[in-house]
Design a protein around this ligand. Structure first.
Ligand code: SF4
Length: 347
């Protein structure tokens, strides 16, 4: 049995967890006590992160009139080459659950083949600040947009610590959530910017999640004019890092794309785009797609503990992690890209 340190991939806070590795199988987690973000605490999703290694896809699959059938990697790559060479326009959409290194390679691959590439995120690219999570306890007023205490519990823990120290925790949400219940005040309203303008003091912090990502530009302007800090809580464990290499598009923008070939890279199968239009859809993930009725070709991909790499968390901190588990029969993205480039050059 080995205890191996890694980063929790289940949200963008970037907590440290230890995976219990039993002869190449992840069987549990241990809290990583010295980690500066979570200091030995993990939430349910962090505790159960090892379960992400189970029930993963191991073979490429092609849709046929009788459902999906297993195919070899050679057949899958040949099919991708055939589709890429006969279709246009082509769009690759990735989630923020790939590593920084993979994002860099993917960007290079798309540039080489002149394929359009985007990151699925509701947040725009911007000059986001780097925030030390420990300083959250020092603010006098913390404004929270979104159910952060429920969805990002280890950030929620810092917010509750700030409350214990006397901070005014102000939730702005039209709904009642765990965050609004635990706040000191709740504005059940959607005129967010007016409320902020009326309430902000110099020692304020605004924390907001993807539900309020369309307010990013206004919050940035407020931050500049009033000198206050803010934390955007990104969707996936590495949305912030991937954004450095790949431009983001929100759901509405993706729905408006009319591509002949879509290739979605979504290791944790969290993308639930319903309305996009494509003649052929390649879905690359470790799990079955939530949009499987639209998928034509499935190819497996590695998840975080099956490779080495790095993630940049929502605070702007980049953390490296090592490969812990073996990945029999899963081709690395770099190998897939090389074989596609090679195959296309021979046409
Ligand atoms: S708060 Fe997020 S990163 Fe931390 S343990 Fe929970 S799911 Fe994982």
């Amino acid at each position: 049995m080995k205890i191996e340190h890694t980063i929790c991939p289940s949200c963008s806070i970037g907590c440290g967890v230890d995976i219990i590795n039993m002869a190449g199988r992840a069987v549990g987690t241990h809290p990583y006590r010295r980690h500066p973000i979570n200091e030995g605490k993990v939430c349910k999703n962090g505790r159960e992160a090892y379960k992400l290694t189970k029930h993963r896809l191991k073979h490429p699959q092609l849709k046929t009139s009788k459902g999906f059938k297993k195919i070899t990697w050679k057949e899958a790559i040949e099919r991708i080459i055939e589709e890429i060479s006969s279709r246009t326009p082509i769009y690759i959409i990735t989630s923020g659950a790939i590593t920084n290194e993979e994002a860099q390679r993917l960007s290079k691959f798309a540039r080489k083949l002149k394929i359009k590439l985007a990151l699925y995120s509701n947040f725009p690219r911007a000059n986001y600040p780097q925030i030390n999570i420990k300083n959250i306890e020092k603010y006098e007023k913390i404004f929270i947009l979104g159910d952060i205490i429920n969805e990002n519990p280890l950030l929620g823990r810092r917010i509750l610590k700030a409350k214990d120290k006397g901070a005014d925790i102000i939730a702005i949400d039209t709904k009642i959530t765990r965050t609004t219940i635990n706040s000191t005040r709740h504005y059940k309203a959607d005129n967010i910017i007016e409320i902020l303008k009326g309430e902000l003091i110099r020692d304020s912090l605004i924390i907001f999640n993807k539900k309020f990502a369309n307010e990013t530009e206004s919050i940035l302007r407020l931050s500049e004019s009033k000198g206050i800090d803010f934390i955007p809580v990104f969707e996936e464990c590495n949305t912030r890092g991937v954004m450095e290499h790949i431009p983001p598009l929100n759901e509405k923008m993706i729905d408006e794309i009319n591509a002949n070939l879509f290739w979605i890279i979504d290791p944790f199968s969290r993308i639930t785009l319903d309305n996009f239009k494509s003649e052929f859809l390649i879905f690359q993930s470790a799990y079955e797609s939530k949009i499987s009725s639209k998928v034509d070709l499935v190819i497996p991909t590695t998840i975080w503990c099956e490779k080495k790499g790095s993630y940049t968390n929502t605070f702007g901190i980049t953390q490296k992690f090592q490969k812990i588990l073996p990945t029999p029969n899963i081709l690395k993205d770099s190998k897939i890209f090389d074989e596609i480039i090679e195959g296309l050059s021979q046409r």
